[in-house]
Design a binder for this molecule. Sequence first.
Ligand code: PLP
Length: 304
Amino acid sequence: MSNTNWSAGAAWMRGRVMPIAEASLPVTDWGLTHSDITYDVVHAWDGRFFRLDDYLSRFERSLEKCQLSIDQSRDDIRRILHRIVGQSGLQRAYVSFVASRGQPAIPGSRDPRDCVNHFYAWCVPFIWVFSEQVMQRGAHLFVPDDLHRISPDSVDPTAKNYHWGDFTRGLIAAKDAGYDNTVLIDNNGHVTEGPGFNLFIIKDNQVITPGSGVLEGITRKIAMELCAHQGLSVLQADVSLAQLLAADEVFATTTGGGIVPVSRINQHSFSNDGAGEATLALKDLYWQWHADDAMSEAVDYAPA
Ligand code: PLP
């Protein structure tokens, strides 16, 4: 049965634009059976893609790191993203583009090189990684001590991926304990990131974000630019749990909401249990930058 509720979202698959409800993958696709897939997510805000070229460049790097090869060029992908958001009519959208290992051309082959890689894309109404109410009061994050981020030696966190076994365990532990979300430490006790976001601390006007073992978030990159604009210096370096808990302010960065104030981690609270002053200034500036045409491009709502 055809579902033409375009406002729920749209997808592009195998050369065709379709309502999101019609988009599906074969059950034997290695993206499903092996999490053998890479992807990226950009947002459209008030009818404009924000920093699209940054996201396209990261996707190209991820394809290379995962040894995935797709037929679509950067221009093709850009056109496809315009087509799906244009067709959906969504002004504020979460827009995902994905390359899966696909299925082997030789039935039963276990050799990844035999697979026909394939690209698809989809969009839905904008997704907040933290609810608007949590963004107001500051996020409460849980850092479990008995669960570590998958080692970067095993799965490269700089290639955006679906290996979320660690995050899912952390999220369930966090939710069960009454927190909004989780942040994982690595095998050396260094702070990494959370499911869908990077982390920053501010201590004595010095901003620090974990320098390795994390996704190079586009919002993380933008946050560094925002800090430079505010005259704050940023260090990319190892951050211990003790350093995190001793911070003056903590914030997260994500395409799903921008700069997110963090008010509690485990038993500790920051900035009087609310959003920090410097964080709020960065958050305001982040949204102001959305009005700068040089950082965004208008969605084509009448694509050819
Ligand atoms: N870290 C992880 C593991 C992510 O999945 C994401 C985004 O989904 C981020 C960080 C934040 O990256 P970005 O700012 O590009 O959304």
